[in-house]
Design a protein around this ligand. Structure first.
Ligand code: NDP
Length: 322
């Protein structure tokens, strides 16, 4: 089968097309014929050897995908061959990939494969960030960074479904237009001068109750200054790939919190996953939540897709198609 192979840490240049054996599912696993794979910022960090888990080379990257179940491993129940699903797993930048049966998700039949592939990482992360870690309450203000990206567009939709008021930040005017269309009440260029003051003014002097931090680095201190009294800053990513510094004592005056969010451990927490499914399923069925698919690239052009995200031109989820 065709697959993207990475033999050593690097950027887009480390990706090469290879011919590999089709994987066989182990116990409690399924093999899926991949129709579309989501390209996440985490894949870029994973290929570079900068992700939260250690990368073991050689590796086939790709963690989320959609397609048709082709083979069930020993002990798999409740799934059938021929079923079209979305999944989290590994080695998704290939024609076939494996997923653990508990990380396979039913998706609305009217969704395209690209929409299905764009769903699991972004929507689950948005839910765990806002509801579980952030304890969002209806009427609160949330600021979403990189709001036109994959996680950002999912987070705007989830925030609106929770009754939150959204301040969206993005680096280009056309991205802000998308954020407004999705229901952001305020949309500001992340590069504008006096951003802290602009956010304060847009929220009637209040500041934001929740802030989804995905850029990190020098901007982190600025994010802290945008928080309302008892505001919660959710540390979800560090796209700047540089260190942020803070003085924890600064949190005391406003009774504020800095909270980490990582999707992976939640995936093996049945109670948390049940909670997520109960919230997301009806919203997906009603169409209130629907993934935004951005640029689509053939699998062979994975390097170009990586470069596209690194150049910050993407909106919604970038998709690779075998
Ligand atoms: P996106 O589709 O949002 O693409 C990345 C976006 O980040 C860019 O479009 C850009 O938007 C913004 N960005 C800011 N600074 C940079 C930079 N220096 N280089 C490149 N992009 C930059 O990607 P994802 O939805 O996959 O991920 C978004 C963030 O959320 C990442 O930091 C990722 O690691 C994190 N994440 C964390 C998860 C978790 O479990 N903790 C799960 C999922 C995502 P703009 O130009 O508008 O600023």
């Amino acid at each position: 089968m065709k697959a993207i192979l990475v033999e050593q840490p690097g950027g887009p240049e480390a990706l090469r097309l290879a011919d590999l054996p089709i994987p066989r599912p182990g116990p409690q696993q399924v093999r899926i014929r991949v129709e579309a794979a989501g390209l996440n910022f985490a894949d870029i960090l994973y290929v570079a050897g900068e992700y939260l888990t250690r990368t073991r080379y050689p590796t086939v990257p790709g963690m989320e995908f959609a397609g048709v179940i082709e083979e069930l491993g020993e002990g798999v129940k409740g799934l059938r061959v021929g079923q079209r699903v979305a999944a989290l797993g590994s080695g998704a930048f290939a024609e076939y990939a494996l997923a653990s049966a508990q990380a396979v998700f039913a998706v609305p039949p009217q969704w395209s494969a690209a929409e299905a592939a764009a769903f699991p990482v972004s929507y689950l992360t948005a839910f765990f960030a806002l509801v579980v870690q952030g304890r969002a309450q209806p009427g609160e203000w949330v600021l979403i960074q990189a709001a036109a990206g994959a996680l950002g567009t999912a987070a705007i939709q989830v925030a609106r479904a929770l009754g939150l008021r959204v301040v969206a930040l993005a680096s280009r005017e056309e991205k802000l237009e998308l954020c407004r269309r999705l229901g952001a009440e305020v949309a500001l260029l992340s590069t504008q001068e006096n951003l802290v003051e602009a956010v304060k003014e847009a929220t009637g002097g209040h500041g934001v109750d929740l802030l989804m931090e995905v850029v990190g680095g020098d901007g982190f201190a600025q994010s802290l200054r945008m928080l309302a009294y008892r505001g919660r800053l959710l540390v979800i990513g560090s796209a700047s790939r540089s260190l942020a510094q803070m003085h924890p004592v600064a949190l005391m005056k406003g009774n504020q919190s800095v909270i980490g969010v990582w999707l992976t451990p939640f995936l093996s927490d049945p109670k948390a996953m049940r909670e997520a499914t109960e919230f997301l399923s009806p919203q997906l069925a009603s169409g209130q939540l629907r993934p935004i698919v951005g640029e689509r690239f053939p699998l062979e052009e994975a390097a170009r897709a990586f470069e596209f995200i690194l150049s910050r031109r993407n909106t919604g989820k970038v998709i690779l198609e075998p």
